[in-house]
Design a protein around this ligand. Structure first.
Ligand code: FAD
Length: 346
């Protein structure tokens, strides 16, 4: 597109800002006609947030940014010599680990139980204005193909399957599982993940979304045009570590659609047609109408086959992404990149 505009004389030059942070090879790839390999900025504003916090520059999609001298591709120790490594899970962490290991000349076999690539990033792409995450998944898919990673979809990893590959190590990138606290009536609630994935439905007009982090706010924004939504958050602020303008945008969209945000209140019980919440300061309880309840209370690490794999591979079972410590795509890519970078690098 830009090339065409330049050729036709509509533009004299084209500038790139954040696009270069996400992929410093943007121009070289575009020139080579490999747009499919460009990691395109998803507009998450993580770079702004990090700079505002006074930290060295960082980017969700580019785990090397700001530390190229230590962690750049030129420093990769390419000693894989075709040895096999198995990766469990093809979300952001599994993809990044596979890519870095392939660059280091390991043969990578990647197991994914779903029929689709991208893991939870596919759900993150559903709420309004998040479609760029789909492009990120497409780019990672193209990069893995280019790097020759063997991907086995619809294939839950088993110890036997992994051993059959002759793998010397396993990178576990199996993601996380939504938290479902032990609260009266909780079985009536659905998780944001199940709702977005189409595995669960909600009914009625009023919806309480429990949890005001990124998942809760974006799910509420997604539901707000068609439902009367109340976000319940036990802390005094919503949005966690998100950049303030992102939080402001989400809160504005929810409220513009008639939704409400109830901060400083914790869920006590899920009832028929309502939830009971408790004021964190006064301890007083209140009822909020809710025909349906959606849980967005975080995720905890998922580690299938951990004991068996540990017995087989010992320290060569390496946890990355949400399997290790739950977070955002930024954390998943950074942990996967770094552990694949240092694995047996001496
Ligand atoms: C609604 C929602 C919105 C979000 N929005 C954002 C956002 O805007 N920005 C952001 O940075 N982050 C966002 N996140 C968080 C982000 O999606 C996760 O941090 C990230 O996907 C974690 O990556 P991962 O690779 O560790 O795990 P996952 O993406 O969960 O991938 C794990 C993969 O492992 C597979 N798997 C599990 N067990 C097995 C097995 N036994 N065998 C084979 N495969 C297996 C799963 O099928 C899955 O594909 C959002 C999350 C949700 C739910």
């Amino acid at each position: 597109m830009a090339e065409q505009l330049l050729e036709e004389g509509d533009f004299d030059f084209v500038g790139l800002a954040r696009g270069h942070l996400a992929d410093p090879d943007f121009v070289a790839k575009a020139k080579a006609g490999r747009d499919d390999l460009i990691r395109k900025c998803i507009g998450c504003m993580e770079c702004f947030r990090i700079l505002n916090d006074g930290l060295p520059l960082g980017c969700t999609l580019n785990p090397v940014l700001g530390r190229e001298f230590e962690w750049g591709d030129e420093k990769l120790v390419k000693n894989g010599a075709g040895r096999t490594i198995a990766v469990i899970g093809r979300g952001p962490a599994g993809m990044e680990a596979a890519l870095t290991l392939a660059k280091r000349c390991f043969k990578v076999v990647l197991f994914e139980c779903a029929d689709k690539l991208g893991g939870t990033a596919n759900l993150a792409a559903i709420p309004p204005n998040k479609q760029m995450i789909n492009e990120f998944v497409d780019t990672m898919t193209a990069q893995l193909k280019e790097a020759g990673v063997e991907v086995r979809l619809n294939t839950p990893a088993t110890v036997d399957l992994i051993k059959q590959t002759g793998a010397e190590a396993v990178f576990m990138a199996a993601g996380g599982k939504a938290v479902r606290p032990n609260i009266p009536g909780i079985e009536k609630a659905v998780t944001a993940e199940d709702l977005l994935a189409g595995r669960a439905e909600i009914c009625g007009e009023t919806v309480a979304v429990i949890g005001g982090g990124v998942t809760g706010l974006e799910t509420a924004e997604w539901l707000a045009p068609s439902h009367k939504v109340t976000v319940v958050e036990m802390l005094d602020k919503v949005g966690g570590n998100l950049y303030p303008s992102v939080v402001l945008h989400l809160a504005t969209e929810i409220m513009k659609a008639g939704g409400q945000i109830c901060k400083g209140h914790a869920l006590v019980s899920v009832n028929d047609g309502s939830v009971t919440v408790k004021d964190m300061k006064s301890q007083e309880t209140a009822e909020i109408p809710a025909d349906s309840v959606v849980l967005a209370m975080g995720v905890r690490p998922e580690r299938p086959l951990e004991a068996e794999l540990k017995a087989e591979f010992g320290d060569r079972l390496i946890l990355v992404g949400d399997s290790d410590r739950t977070g955002q795509i930024y954390d998943a890519l950074h942990s996967a990149h770094d552990r694949a970078f240092v694995y047996c690098a001496r």
